[in-house]
Ligand binder design. Structure first.
Ligand code: KE4
Length: 420
């Protein structure tokens, strides 16, 4: 596989950006590779600068649930662009997108559009603190909620992959109010509430973790969090940046039947453009400026072009009745073939992770026991054979509606010959 153009571009990028990338995981350092430079994408395919084509299971880390360049979305963006790129003022698209989200995620009574998942979670936590008047938050080891200072404490995803237990540059004070619990371990949460319950503003969780690899909530865990937060007057914040519109049109809260007080969304709702959101109970969100005294703002928030992509995406979801059943069917084929070859796979709907471990992965500790060198070999074998998966054991594999059965079977064949 020739990659000299990507390699040359990478050398140039290294002189301009830290690690030559605009997001650490793309540097592929943990799989001992250098990044490909992608030229174009269509359906479930990516084409790199050297003309190599790949079946894409990264799907831009989640947004592309219909694959790349789905015409309903691209045409809607092209139309929007012709009316102007950004107004810095209200426009009706914001109402339409907000209504589409509220319709599918009824726990969201009031919503605020922002530009990234990081911003969505950071702002939701500020709303929780403003509403409760409390400072402490509980997060779970191995979960990643974006790179705001207070949340880079035993985060998953990039930080876990780069094995930085905490990020440098985050002043100690910023994480003093961040308590870490163990995913799927009720006692670790109970103990914190018993010690500091009255000081806890919210519990923030990925209702199905996907940043230490996919780790589903064990039976009753989310319900337990719902109960204990209500008991202590703390709020429950679901970070559904990945799971929102991914596990179902109502996200993980519909899939698992547990209603949070606040939700952060991103990725899919932007249709591939930089757009995210946070929202929840009216009386909580009424704390947000200009109504309330919790300040949050954004130059490009509710951007008309990004909103047009988001509206097209959510309309497409509503117009595709077999979306989630098809995603589940295709993803199950991958899961089954991996499992039959002795690989431990965690899968929920169309997000899955093959773990190179000696047993099932149920939390941060078991995820970290994975053989990342073996994963690197797996990654290299796949990419050499035209299959692109996450360049890290601690991410998810995404299946899109554009993945054909034939591509799934080709993928299985290539994975099986690696495992043999
Ligand atoms: P962004 O700020 O990257 O849009 O979203 C942060 C975020 C928040 N919450 C969850 C559950 C997330 O998964 C993310 C971002 N996910 C990572 C990969 N798992 C994005 C990829 C990257 O960092 O380049």
């Amino acid at each position: 596989m020739k990659t000299n153009i990507s390699d040359a571009l990478y050398q140039q990028a290294l002189t301009l950006m830290p690690g030559g990338v605009n997001s650490p995981v793309r540097a592929c350092r943990n799989v001992g590779k250098t990044p490909l430079f992608i030229e174009r994408a269509y359906g479930d395919k990516l084409v790199d600068a050297d003309g190599n084509e790949y079946i894409d299971y990264v799907c831009s880390w989640g947004p592309n649930i219909f694959g790349h360049c789905r015409k309903e979305i691209t045409e809607s963006v092209i139309r929007a662009v012709q009316n102007g790129l950004t107004f810095g003022a209200c426009h009706k698209g914001e109402i339409e997108l907000a209504e589409l989200i509220k319709k599918n995620v009824p726990s969201i009574e009031l919503i605020r559009l922002v530009n990234s998942g990081t911003e969505a979670v950071m702002s939701a936590i500020r709303a929780a603190r403003g509403y409760t008047g409390r400072d402490k938050i509980i997060k779970f080891e191995g979960c990643y909620h974006g790179h705001s200072d207070g949340l880079l404490a035993k985060a998953g995803s990039g930080v876990l992959t780069n094995s930085l237990p905490d990020s440098e540059g985050v002043p100690k004070g910023c994480t003093d109010n961040t308590l870490s619990a163990t995913y799927n371990d009720e006692n670790s949460v109970k103990e914190l509430f018993e010690r500091m319950g009255e000081e806890i503003a919210c519990v923030v969780i990925e209702p199905c973790a996907a940043n230490m690899g996919v780790v589903p909530p064990k039976e009753g865990f989310l319900k337990f969090l719902r109960q204990i937060t209500s008991e202590y007057g703390a709020l429950l914040l679901f970070d559904e940046v990945i799971t929102g519109f991914r596990l179902s049109a109502g996200g993980a809260q519909q899939y698992y039947g547990v209603k949070p007080d606040l939700t952060a969304l991103g990725k899919i709702i932007g249709g591939g453009m930089p757009l995210a959101a946070y929202g929840g109970k009216r009386e909580i969100m009424e704390c947000i400026a200009p109504l309330g005294n919790v300040y949050q703002a954004g130059t490009l928030s509710g951007n008309p072009v990004a909103v047009a992509a988001g509206i097209a995406m959510l309309r497409l979801i509503e117009a595709t009745p077999d979306l989630y059943s098809e995603l589940d069917r295709k993803s199950a084929l991958l899961e089954k073939s991996l499992f039959q070859k002795g690989i431990y796979v965690n899968r929920v709907g169309s997000v899955l992770t093959p773990f190179f471990t000696d047993g099932t992965v149920t939390d941060f500790k078991t995820a970290k026991s994975a053989d990342v060198k073996q994963y690197a070999k797996y990654y290299s074998h796949l990419i050499e054979n035209g299959i692109l998966v996450a360049p890290s054991q601690f991410e998810a594999m995404f299946v899109s509606y554009a993945h054909s059965d034939e591509d799934i079977y080709n993928t299985i064949k290539i994975i099986e010959n690696f495992l043999e």
